[in-house]
Design a binder for this molecule. Structure first.
Ligand SMILES: *Cc1c(COP(=O)(O)O)cnc(C)c1O
Length: 448
């Protein structure tokens, strides 16, 4: 009876898996401001060539550079766990496995792509990376990766989080990054906002605009994004490939794979490698889980929209709630992005993957049950995957079936304890984002 299923370092995957090779229809291309497909060169002002090649590649396997593998070995391969104690508490005949991505230095899956992005930027002589961060998980991952490759990292951190989450800010500084509370007076976009509202709390959209503006304006500076884009999901497929090997080691194969879904990177990471099997006729269900207060895949429109609030990025075809969608402040569980990865969106649109939305009280209940049985305190984002897994396990109890469930534990919640505090103090409420408000923000979709 295994609890931890471990791979040797030498068994870490040597290639990333590109799901585009096994999709019946690849996602439609990004569009420029004129409504015409944006050529790959259009991205060259902010991304290095190696990453742009990956963004548009249709090759099934893409090699992982040795220098990247050497750094990934600091926390990879990550362990696969069998959740015996959670199964027992639920009294379910289901077998529950989880991949633990909390073992990285920043406590989530995000450095799996941050180190790759830093590597390809270093290769072409870039000196500095700029990015945005909300709660700080992505900012921390890029700060660490920049430090490893000798790149300066500048992070625009949404002002409310900068003030409310001081410890992720401190971590970024420990790893040598500069961190600014956005909006700042360092950029045109920031100054415009501050003129109107000197006390602006900031938003992810504003912080993206500040970072992209600096990357466009400076030759030795590029931009880095922690989710959504094809190359980011590609880098995360190391997670699913490892999980597949680990399950094979104990003679198992998942009936259902479950992950939370914000921009789609930890979901794509664990689920995509199984799509090759699914394309070959294997019966495996892939389930993306989102909050009912930010229901992109379950209630959004599949259409072209901007990636940021102010419309500086190319338009992506994706499920979206509208680029000026604001998640309600009562929502404590992350996964707040208005859009979704174009790859995940296309697969969902074609019914190859499934999506489910879960209210926040159920997600925190699941997080607490997990912490009290398996020990680890999960990130509020990850509790969405746990809650969906528990629903499936309970269904097995009813039907008496013993399904094999695999979920991605995308990170730990050690820096998100204020969200748990709000839950424990009874301050959280469930919130279904109203249809009316979704219609309202969808009315502002770009016209082209
Ligand atoms: C950023 C983050 C997410 C959401 O992003 P995806 O790209 O959807 O994976 C989920 N879990 C954790 C722990 C995160 O840091």
């Amino acid at each position: 009876m295994h609890t931890k299923i471990l791979l040797k370092e030498a068994e870490m995957p040597t290639h990333w898996y590109n799901v585009v090779a096994d999709m019946p229809n690849p996602p439609p291309p990004p569009l420029g401001p004129d409504g015409q497909p944006a050529p790959p060169e259009a991205l060259a002002a902010i991304f290095p060539e190696g990453l742009i090649e990956q963004e548009v590649s249709t090759e099934r396997w893409i090699p992982i550079p040795d220098e990247v593998r050497e750094i990934l070995r600091l926390w990879r391969p990550s362990p696969l766990f069998r959740a015996h104690r959670l199964e027992k508490a639920l009294g379910t005949p289901a077998k529950i496995y989880y991949k633990n991505e909390a073992v990285s230095p920043v406590g989530s899956h995000k450095p799996n792509t941050a180190v790759v992005q830093a590597y390809f930027n270093k290769q072409v002589g870039i000196k500095r990376l700029v990015t945005e961060t909300g709660a700080g998980q992505w900012g921390c991952a890029l700060a660490l990766a920049g430090e490893f490759f000798g790149l300066d990292v500048r992070v625009f951190m949404v002002r409310v989080s900068y003030e409310q989450k001081p410890y992720r800010r401190s971590m970024m500084k420990v790893w040598g990054a500069e961190v600014f509370a956005s909006p700042t007076d360092m950029t045109e976009s920031g100054r415009k906002i501050l003129e109107k509202d000197p006390d602006s709390p900031g938003s992810l959209g504003i912080a993206i605009s500040e970072a992209v503006e600096q990357a466009i304006d400076s030759d030795d500076t590029n931009y880095a994004l922690g989710s959504v884009l094809n190359h980011v999901l590609l880098h995360q497929t190391i997670v699913g490939q490892e999980a597949m090997k680990q399950m094979a080691m104990v003679g198992d194969y998942p009936d259902k794979i479950i992950a939370c879904c914000g921009g789609g990177s930890n979901f794509g990471g664990i689920a995509f490698p199984f799509i090759a099997d699914k394309a070959a006729g294997k019966d495996v269900q892939l389930i993306a889980v989102e909050p009912t207060s930010c229901p992109t895949l379950t209630k959004g429109s599949y259409t072209y929209d901007f990636g940021d609030a102010s419309g500086l990025t190319p338009m992506l075809k994706m499920y979206t709630l509208g680029h000026d969608f604001m998640p309600p402040s009562i929502h404590a569980g992350g996964l707040r992005y208005h859009g979704e990865s174009p790859l995940v969106s296309q697969l969902c649109h074609e019914g190859i993957i499934d999506a489910v939305a879960i209210p926040q009280i159920e997600t925190f209940q699941a997080g607490i049950l997990f912490a009290r049985t398996e020990g680890l305190v999960p990130a509020p984002e990850s509790t969405h995957a746990i809650a969906a897994t528990i629903r499936e396990a309970k269904q097995c109890t009813e039907t008496g079936e013993s399904k094999t469930l695999l979920f991605n534990l995308s990170g730990h919640g050690h820096f998100d304890m204020s969200s748990y505090d709000r839950y424990l103090a009874g301050e959280l409420e469930d919130y279904d984002y109203p249809e009316e408000a979704i219609k309202e923000s969808l009315a502002h979709l770009p016209d082209f």
